[in-house]
Design a protein around this ligand. Structure first.
Ligand code: PLI
Length: 463
């Protein structure tokens, strides 16, 4: 007889490690020097000075042996490579769109779509902003309008679908500016800035109904759509027995088109694309891609990159894979919750978001609490996260003043198939220690501010 009774059986990752990349351990003194030299901005740290890199899950994923072996089959022709046609076939098969244009990454697809669809003076409603998405919409002359449900702005609210659109807010905007001024509704799933929160199929169908009523098109940022599909499967009535692939197809069927950063779900290091059923948009995107990216059959990518993307699509829809991915984040979140560390709830799909306003209530928002917290965690353990608060939100286009988002967060994002449970434990312990001495943490002053996407390159000094 075993000494103790099992309470539950565990799950584990559906893969094993075949190759490793050593990471450097540093001392606290080295890290203090490094973060100061980086202007207290984790984006400006050298990666070799980072121990556990939770900056992003973008392009930082571990490819499988199936993807790596595909890299050797790169058809590096300037035009019409076979990898392009294989990728196009998989986009049709898994996302359900007829037409496809590759780009070097997600924001390049955002650039093309924004230029094609938006006229100066237009309004683009969306379920919370994403940094690059909003910037491209604004550079094309549009104004982004946040129509996400209020719950999404409340970190501790446990609504299961905080990525939902508020139908009233959306209809009010359509009535106010008129449907002709709305080139498309910009939906993302899950919503990165809200904490990796999904929308429900029910909400999507209702948004589609409203869009049809006014003749407005819908476009989807499908960058992490596998995670959204996973949450629909486990949280929404009627989807338990549906496959991830079937749910992704059903989601996409409501949109005129999608753009994707392949650096996330597709588990590659570079790549992006747009896909649509609208032939006019497709033709314009093909015209424009040759100006900004490369020929329409490679869009800034090598043939081998497209092969890895095509194979990544086949792997992303594997239930065990996405279950382990989200499971890792849930494990981390639950450990933090045991110690009452304030995080965004429910636990999202790609990251844990620390609530810096609750963590550091003594630091005013214009002294950048989330930025200061990300720097402090790095100094404690060499774990790198990123600010997702006032610095990321930028300035108001009209007034030039800081935008003060309700969410002032530090994001700790998990690359797919990269870190082990022991890495998570080390990270969790570091955060608990930082939390215990949180009162000693001070705010920051911004001393350099770039014009666009300031969070990437801004520099700070300790107050
Ligand atoms: O980094 P790109 O250009 O491949 O993709 C831009 C982009 C578009 N949409 C969404 C939802 C993103 O999350 C996104 C990039 N995200 C990054 C880099 C991140 O760290 O979350």
């Amino acid at each position: 007889m075993a000494k103790k009774k099992l309470v539950k059986r565990s799950w584990a990752e559906p893969y094993k490690i075949k190759m490793v990349e050593p990471i450097k351990m540093t001392t606290r003194a080295q890290r203090e020097k490094a973060i100061k030299a980086a202007g207290y901005n984790t984006f400006l740290l050298k990666s070799e000075d980072v121990y556990i890199d939770l900056l992003t899950d973008s392009g930082t994923n571990a490819m499988s042996d199936y993807q790596w072996s595909g890299m050797m089959l790169g058809d590096e022709a300037y035009a019409g490579s076979k990898n392009f046609y294989y990728l196009w076939d998989n986009v049709k098969r898994y996302y359900g769109f007829k037409y496809f244009v590759p780009t070097h990454q997600g924001r390049a697809a955002e650039h093309l779509i924004s230029k094609i669809l938006i006229k100066p003076g237009d309004f683009i409603p969306g379920n919370m902003y994403f940094t690059t998405t909003k910037l491209h919409q604004e550079l094309a002359g549009g104004t982004f309008v946040d129509v996400i449900i209020d719950e999404a702005h409340q970190p501790q609210n446990t609504h299961p679908f905080k990525g939902n659109i508020d139908l009233q807010k959306l209809e009010d905007l359509i009535k106010k500016v008129g449907p002709k001024k709305i080139p498309y509704i910009s939906m993302a799933g899950p919503v990165n800035m809200a904490g990796g929160q999904p929308f429900s199929m029910k909400n999507l169908k209702a948004v589609r109904k409203l869009a049809d009523k006014y003749g407005v098109k819908m476009w989807l940022d499908a960058t992490r759509i596998t995670e959204n599909a996973y949450f629909i499967k486990i949280r929404e009535k009627g989807y338990k027995t549906k496959s991830i692939a079937a749910i992704i197809k059903e989601i996409c069927s409501h949109f005129e088109g999608i753009w994707v950063s392949a650096k996330k779900d597709l588990m590659v290091n570079i790549g992006g694309f747009l896909a649509t059923n609208n032939k006019r948009v497709f033709n314009e995107a093909r015209n424009m891609v040759v100006i900004y990216e490369g020929l329409h059959t490679y869009g800034g990518l090598a043939g081998r990159d497209m092969e890895a993307m095509a194979r990544g699509i086949e792997e992303m829809v594997n239930y065990d894979n996405i279950h382990a991915r989200v499971g890792q984040i849930e494990y981390f979140g639950h450990r933090l919750m045991e110690y009452d560390i304030p995080i965004v709830l429910p636990i999202g799909g790609h990251a844990i978001f620390l609530d810096a306003k609750k963590f550091l209530p003594h630091i005013k928002q214009d002294q950048f609490p989330a930025q200061a917290l990300a720097a402090e965690i790095y100094v404690d353990s060499g774990v790198r996260g990123m600010e997702r608060g006032i610095v990321s939100a930028g300035r108001d286009k009209k007034t030039g003043k800081h935008i003060y988002p309700n969410l002032e967060l530090v994001r700790l994002t998990f690359p797919r198939r990269v870190y082990t449970q022991a890495h998570i434990d080390v990270t969790f312990e570091s955060i608990v220690e930082v939390y215990d001495r949180r009162k000693k943490i001070t705010g920051l002053k911004m001393v350099y501010e770039p014009k666009y996407l300031r969070f990437f390159q801004a520099r700070f000094k300790k107050l």
